[in-house]
Design a protein around this ligand. Structure first.
Ligand SMILES: *Cc1c(COP(=O)(O)O)cnc(C)c1O
Length: 407
């Protein structure tokens, strides 16, 4: 048996020879050419109901850098970028490239996104010093963007949403995640994401003027012919990249539905694990994140090795979490994060890919159940750590309330 964590399957260019030939004949290879324009229009219609605007970028990390820079300007009103510690390094790196200091907060025990109480506590404690708030729609989970709208309105702090894994997440009304949000929402189309293209990203905003500014910034800040009028870099997607994106869009519904079915099978087969809170509507899935039973976090390496012996590859996204990583420990500031520490320590990422079969899910689940049973038998079960989620000191600091601080 050989079951990888992910098996990247971007669209096959070798099957798109006529499209490639017409691209070559056009003589246009980048700079928001016709294939890219078509792709952006299709993405806006498919995921955002045609409302607002979107633009491609060469990858989501550059997209985050552009979005943060656009949001905070050249003279940021504050030094910090507030984000959960339970996210990917790209978010904190992007903040650093914009001259900001990552400020990490704790996460919610069920959806694993920034905890509103913890985030509000940091907004209070660092009032006036936070240049941008960067929530992460964790593993494609549809976080409450209404809260972030209110945050910008009440506190005047801009919001950039890291929605790297969220293309394919829809609410119950069929609106794609991010629709109607006036800040920047940044998606990734990396080969390992469910909307797999290779290297590519997308920035959406309900505000077309914001996308127009970002487009200028993404092309060296050239607001006038070969003359920079604002901060810039080269974040453009090639026409070949856009072609791959168009091909992916064509079969994406089938892919998301298959992945969702596999995830449901995992949930049913592994009652001993804690899965992410179920989203209303549909959620895109990159791999399958799950928490080992309380007390088994310390046995994770052994359990993963046991799976690997049987040909099953797993991951630990995101462990270590950002504030545990040597570089970010040096250059960032962190608040209390007991939930993040616990979730990260117990997290195991299970295989999920387009060509995976239900039978393979059963095999992974069966192996994992056996390993958990054996491990638990070898250890005396410890009392649940759930009650430790919010120790008194943390509750006191956060005020245990998700209310936004008012001026
Ligand atoms: C994948 C990912 C990114 C980076 O996306 P790229 O397109 O690879 O640059 C950023 N943030 C999160 C949370 C991710 O998972």
């Amino acid at each position: 048996m050989k079951i990888p964590l992910v098996r990247p399957a971007p669209p096959q260019l070798s099957l798109a020879v006529p499209e490639l030939q017409s691209l070559e004949q056009s003589g246009i290879f980048s700079n928001f050419g016709p294939v890219n324009t078509r792709f952006e229009q299709e993405m806006l219609a498919r995921f955002f109901g045609g409302e607002g605007a979107c633009m491609t970028v060469c990858n989501a990390t550059i997209g985050l850098m552009l979005a943060i820079k656009e949001a905070v300007g050249d003279q940021p009103a504050g030094q910090f970028a507030l984000m959960p510690s339970f996210t990917f390094a790209a978010a904190a790196h992007a903040a650093r490239w914009c001259g900001l200091t990552p400020l990490f907060c704790d996460i919610h025990p069920q959806n694993w996104a920034a905890d509103f109480a913890a985030e509000s506590a940091m907004l209070r404690r660092y009032a006036g010093k936070i240049a941008v708030v960067m929530p992460y729609a964790t593993f494609g989970y549809p976080i409450d963007l209404e809260r972030y709208k209110r945050l910008t309105t009440r506190l005047g702090v801009p919001v950039v949403v890291d929605a790297a894994a969220s293309l394919g997440t829809f609410d119950v009304h069929g609106r794609g995640f991010g629709s109607g949000f006036a800040g920047s929402v940044v998606f990734s189309m990396h080969a390992t994401k469910s909307f797999a293209v290779g290297e590519a990203g997308l920035i959406y905003s309900a505000d077309p003027d914001r996308i127009a500014r970002l487009r200028t910034m993404s092309s060296f800040g050239f607001g006038e012919p070969r003359s920079a009028t604002m901060a810039g870099l080269n974040g453009k997607l090639s026409e070949v990249g856009a072609l791959l994106g168009r091909l992916r869009l064509a079969d994406y519904d089938r892919i998301t539905a298959h992945r969702a079915a596999l995830l449901n099978r995992y949930r049913a087969a592994l009652p001993e694990l804690d899965f992410q809170l179920r989203a209303l509507g549909t959620q895109a899935h990159q791999f399958v994140p799950a928490l080992l039973p309380s007390g088994l976090g310390g046995c994770r390496a052994a359990i993963r090795a046991g799976l690997e012996d049987r040909g099953i590859v797993t991951g630990t996204y995101f462990s270590p979490h950002l504030f545990e990583q040597p570089y970010f420990r040096k250059v960032s500031v962190g608040g209390p994060m007991p939930v993040c520490d616990d979730v990260s320590a117990r997290m195991i990422s299970l295989p999920l890919f387009d060509t995976m079969t239900h039978h393979e899910v059963d095999q992974v689940a069966e192996c994992l159940r056996t390993l958990i049973r054996v491990t638990e038998q070898e250890r005396r079960p410890k009392p649940s750590r759930r009650e430790q989620y919010m120790p008194p000191v943390y509750a006191a600091i956060s005020g245990a309330s998700g209310e936004l601080p008012l001026e």
